[in-house]
Design a protein around this ligand. Structure first.
Ligand SMILES: Nc1ncnc2c1ncn2[C@@H]1O[C@H](COP(=O)(O)OP(=O)(O)OP(=O)(O)O)[C@@H](O)[C@H]1O
Length: 773
């Protein structure tokens, strides 16, 4: 049968209002039963259009905890006692009610699926024990763990006892992922359970986020193992109840760093889950192993019955998230699950049966026996037992009976080998039965076993059975050793720190990537402006276009591109007309730029102020990065800088100061160097103001500049003072007055950009931050 998906819409929370409701439950008109099974939600792009999603059932805002449990979970309990594993999981965006559904509140009517399930299990257990007059005993064992930041932690352990790496997961022989070292607590009554469960929940990672005051930061997995023992026969089945952490849209969460790490881990695991579901639906290989949660949940790989509870918020603020959850659920409902019940196995038989000494241990030891999978079938949950033919009761290993002569086994310690050779020499090593009795790892062999008697009936000699057991034991021990080795390697290498390292690196790269990308964009902009002031419009256009992907929504940039394009096409048209004319050949460098050409450049005209007044039409608001009055003029001849000492400071933070010509400039320096030799007066009021502020050396003033905090301001002042010291050293004989005169002053933006801790970007920000001046 396929996974049963039921949707639950939570009621409005205090902060939400009625008119924001966009998710509704409806009955399926073609279905005679008056049960809601449709979710309706508008198309985010066209509110008039409604999307409909059909599920097994839908519970609206008015549905109680009891309604949901009675309708969906209670019917699974009898299947659990028939040997079927049951998996229940709550899926949904953060704050949609998963924990409320699974755990619920403390009051009787608010109890969620989990306490109700346990209550129902105990009730049924008591009934079975009573009906069998004590011949059948039911034992309930519980394990509870969380997957936090992709690490597994036992919730029965206090957080301070956890190891950073968490518990390892490995596959058992039937390929089922199991958590190694998980504790399993017997719970004899509902009271026991409640005590353990409440205590364990205190260990679960939860935090307040903007979207949920008690947000689960981990996936919590509760496994309830039910063992029914009748005489020698033991039947084990497990109910797993999983409260997944909710996906988060971090544009809405305002998460801090720690919450972000959690959030990205949650989102990643949910993304892997979605990828698994998609792969399954496309009949491709599902990437289960990409996340611990998907490994454990193993959707589509686990047997028994699976129910997904899709939790939904009814309001508009969740619109896109809700649609994404609905799409996920829509795919999930098509996943087929193998309806196979667990086979009983036989326990100790008064010492006669050598197989039966070990009881199952570990939460995953009750998984499927080795036998062919039944073909998946689509049937209703309630019809499971009648609709599905009983699977074969035999192990795959029973094929051995058609080959009664067993191959000698390679290992020396097998009684079978001795029997076959006929040499009654006792091996110095232990026999299979001894091995079974003595090994502390014997739990593995407690998987469902055929009874010896049935094997004998099936025509196998006792020796053949012994040899068969021996072989299985040897194989299992070898597998156990291999697994143990793997585990050791895993713990000694501290996979978490490696993993963490990798993530941090990736994060760093991402941040760095973003920074680089922005810097690259700014660089293209500046180059474009440089080209433009030189009158090289087509190159400028090229540079603006290169900058565009870095500032995709920047209207100003787009306008510039369009204007330049127009200008160029106009120009080429004019060129066509005037090719024959030699009368006017405008000197590029002398042209007077149009408004959009007037741009941030550190080639500034001395008459800028005058020009400024004439340019009344210029819309400053639209182009706040532009300095009024810039026009291109040929680069003046390099003049020996007034502040030669700036270039003489080799180690105090002026980049490339020692040999600016021999060292290739960095990208930032290259455009800072561009107007290195500009004389001080040739600057716009804004630039002058900026430089004046810097030259005050007043940390309080400097720190107010955009992009400069107290630290950077201090660094700038220190750097300037260091430069003064250098000058003083150079001229130890100078008078104090001369020294004062020689006090290091920043003359232009290029010099400013070379101060320690100041780069092109900071200079840019400082200027822009000064606004119109
Ligand atoms: N059916 C419901 N009835 C009443 N209140 C509900 C219901 N469902 C959810 N709530 C309330 O909504 C809030 C969020 O629910 P809950 O913490 O269960 O969300 P969640 O999906 O588990 O979130 P997260 O993924 O962040 O852990 C809680 O205050 C809870 O009490």
């Amino acid at each position: 049968m396929s996974i049963r998906v039921v949707a639950r819409i939570r009621p409005l929370l205090k902060a939400e209002i009625e008119r924001d409701i966009i998710v509704t439950a409806a009955e399926n008109e073609s279905d005679s039963a008056e049960v809601k099974s449709i979710i309706r939600i508008p198309n985010p792009k066209n509110e008039a259009e409604l999307y409909s999603f059909q599920f097994s059932s839908v519970y609206d805002q008015n549905a109680t905890q009891a309604n949901l449990f009675d309708g969906e979970v209670a019917p699974t309990v009898k299947h659990l006692f028939k040997g079927y594993d049951v998996t229940l999981f709550a899926y949904g965006v953060t704050g949609t009610g998963k924990t409320h559904t699974m755990r619920g509140g403390k009051k009787m009517e608010e109890r969620g699926v989990i306490p109700r399930l346990l209550s129902s299990i105990y009730r049924r257990a008591r009934k079975i024990e009573k009906d069998s007059a004590g011949a059948t005993q039911v034992e309930v064992l519980m394990s509870y763990y969380e997957i936090y930041n992709d690490r597994v932690f036992d919730l029965f352990e206090a957080p301070e006892k956890r190891t950073a790496a968490g518990l390892p997961i490995r596959d058992n022989q039937s390929g089922k992922a199991i958590v190694v070292g998980l504790s399993e607590k017997p719970c004899t009554s509902l009271k026991d359970f409640e005590q353990l469960y409440d205590q364990a929940n205190l260990n679960r990672s939860t935090s307040a986020t903007k979207l949920n005051a008690h947000s689960s930061r981990s996936h919590a997995i509760l496994c309830v193992k039910v063992s029914q023992t009748t005489g020698d026969e033991v039947r084990v089945s497990t109910a797993s109840a999983i409260d997944l952490a909710g996906s988060e849209d971090n544009r809405r969460t305002d998460n801090d760093k720690e919450r972000m790490v959690e959030s990205s881990s949650i989102n990643k695991s949910l993304f892997v889950l979605a990828s698994c579901v998609e792969a399954i639906s496309k009949k491709q290989r599902a990437p289960y192993r990409d996340s611990k949660m998907t490994r454990v949940l193993a959707l589509g790989q686990n047997n028994g019955l699976t129910i997904m509870i899709l939790n939904l918020a009814p309001v508009r603020s969740y619109h896109l998230d809700t649609i994404s959850s609905l799409n996920f659920a829509n795919r999930t409902k098509k996943i087929e699950v193998n309806e196979i019940e667990n086979q009983p196995f036989f326990k100790d038989n008064g010492g006669k049966n050598k197989l039966d000494t070990v009881a199952p241990a570990g939460p995953a030891m009750n998984r499927q026996p080795l036998r062919p999978k039944l073909l998946s079938q689509n049937s209703h949950l309630r019809d499971v037992t009648t609709a599905v033919p009983k699977p074969m009761k035999s192990f795959a290993v029973f094929t051995d009976k058609v080959k009664p002569v067993l191959k000698p086994i390679h290992t020396a310690n097998t009684s079978q080998a001795r029997t076959i050779s006929g040499v009654p020499v006792r091996s110095p090593k232990r026999t299979s039965s001894e091995a079974l009795h003595s090994t502390s790892r014997a739990a593995k062999f407690a998987r469902p076993n055929p009874s010896t008697s049935s094997m004998v009936e099936a025509g196998m000699s006792k020796d053949a059975i012994e040899a068969l057991i021996e072989r299985k034991v040897t194989e299992a021990l070898a597998a156990g050793r291999a697994a143990a080795e793997n585990t050791t390697v895993a713990t000694t290498q501290d996979p978490v720190s490696d993993e963490m390292q990798k993530r941090l690196l990736a994060l760093e790269r991402r941040v760095e990537g973003q920074e680089n990308e922005r810097a690259e964009g700014l660089q293209y902009l500046l180059m474009a402006k440089q080209h433009q002031v030189r009158g090289e419009d087509s190159s400028a256009l090229k540079m603006y276009r290169l900058a565009l992907p870095h500032f995709p929504e920047n209207e100003k940039l787009m306008r510039k591109i369009v204007n330049l394009q127009n200008k160029l096409s106009e120009g080429s048209a004019t060129e066509g007309i005037t090719t024959d004319s030699t009368t006017e050949k405008p000197h590029k460098s002398r042209r007077k730029p149009k408004d959009e050409d007037l741009d941030e450049s550190w080639h500034e005209d001395e008459n800028a102020a005058a020009t400024n007044h004439k340019r009344t039409s210029h819309n400053d608001e639209e182009d706040d990065e532009e300095d009024d009055g810039f026009i291109y003029r040929p680069r003046p001849k390099p003049r020996r800088p007034h502040m030669a000492n700036l270039n003489r400071a080799p180690t105090i933070g002026i980049a490339a100061a020692t040999s600016p010509t021999t060292q290739p400039p960095t990208t930032h320096e290259s455009y800072l160097d561009y107007d290195d030799s500009l004389p001080f007066p040739a600057q716009t009021p804004r630039t002058k103001r900026l430089i004046a502020i810097i030259n005050t050396r007043d940390v309080n003033q400097i720190k107010l500049l955009k992009g400069v905090g107290a630290k950077k301001a201090e660094a700038i002042v220190n750097c300037l003072c260091d430069l003064d010291d250098l000058v003083d050293h150079d001229s130890s004989s100078s008078s104090d007055e001369e020294k004062m005169e020689r006090k290091t002053l920043v003359e232009n933006l290029s010099q400013l950009g070379k101060l320690k801790g100041v780069g092109a970007k900071t200079v840019w920000n400082m200027r822009v931050g000064l606004g119109e001046f």
